[in-house]
Design a protein around this ligand. Structure first.
Ligand SMILES: [Zn+2]
Length: 299
């Protein structure tokens, strides 16, 4: 692993030294979507099915490749009307992956309970994603185990069941905006919605710089990033503008599989490897934080 990181750093140095920045590779980004078919409060101006349609349409209009959607089967019990969202996602050529049946937090529950929750989700994936590569795990809350034993146990379990891990290397807190947005829609408060929209794009923008700096501090180079998104009402509304933001920063778009071919993700693809330790070699910039209370909007 160390050898791979070093080679990457040297290669990046040679590229820049030899040809200047003109040959520097464009940064790459893989969108991934969590909490299908229903995430957070539903704004009164839309439906779960419409949210899925808007996301797929914006991705296709932007020329982006198909993106994984990570499923919590329990939502089909909570909101049966959301069911066509899964079928339409697959029909559009977008893959599905496992996000555990009830979105169970591995750090708060036993490994046995968590494994059962992952397995309980499999019939849903077999039904909606038959014949496709759905053995990708997105840990709920990105919680990979609060003890070394649990983390290793989860990896062993996932390996035995044929999974790869869908990592996250860029995330700007998009999920925080969906509840305030639903409240503002209910109040028809356009000024507050505009403020949320401005903040959403500001945080996405700030996170680009943070993630790129973190990659350079950790791997000594740019990596293809895996972006965590959620299928919320505001996310669907903002997606065309968000895609434009990434394009403005020079990003090109790849699938999750393409991104995770990078050696930085080796331990996500081969779960027999030790759990990855990501140790930045230098100081990280401050983590971007919004300076106003997003959660307090439209209360
Ligand atoms: Zn989730």
């Amino acid at each position: 692993m160390r050898g791979i990181v070093l080679r990457g750093a040297i290669f990046a140095g040679i590229l820049v030294g030899w040809a200047g920045t003109a040959l520097a590779q464009e940064p790459q980004l893989a969108f991934t979507w969590d909490d299908l078919p229903a995430h957070s409060a539903l704004a009164a101006n839309t439906t779960r099915v419409e949210i899925g349609r808007k996301i797929v349409a914006a991705m296709k209009a932007g020329g982006l490749p198909p993106a994984y959607g990570f499923v919590n089967g329990v939502q089909l019990e909570h909101e049966p009307l959301s069911e066509p969202m899964l079928r339409e996602w697959r029909a559009a050529g977008f893959p599905l992956g496992n996000h555990a049946y009830t979105h169970m937090n591995l750090n708060q529950r036993s490994l046995e309970d968590w494994e059962a929750d992952v397995l309980k989700n499999e019939p849903v994936l077999e039904k909606y994603a038959a014949g496709s590569d759905w053995h990708w795990m997105r840990y709920p809350y990105l919680a990979e185990g609060n003890t070394a034993e649990k983390s290793a146990g989860a990896r062993k379990f996932l390996l035995a069941h044929g999974y790869k891990v869908a990592d996250v290397t860029m995330s700007f807190g998009d999920y925080m905006y969906n509840e305030p947005y639903a409240r503002c829609v209910a109040k028809n408060d356009a000024a507050s919605i505009a403020k949320l929209e401005e903040s959403y794009l500001k945080m996405a923008d700030a996170q680009i710089d943070y993630s790129r700096a973190a990659a350079k501090a950790t791997w000594g180079r740019e990596i293809p990033y895996v972006l965590l998104m959620h299928v919320g009402a505001m996310d669907a509304e903002m997606l065309p503008r968000l895609i434009d933001l990434y394009k403005k920063h020079g990003f090109t778009f790849v699938t999750l599989q393409e991104a995770e071919k990078d050696p930085a993700y080796a331990a996500d693809l081969d779960l027999s490897l030790p759990e990855p330790v990501r140790k930045p070699s230098g100081p990280l910039p401050p983590y971007p934080r919004e300076d106003f209370d997003v959660n307090g909007v439209c209360k």
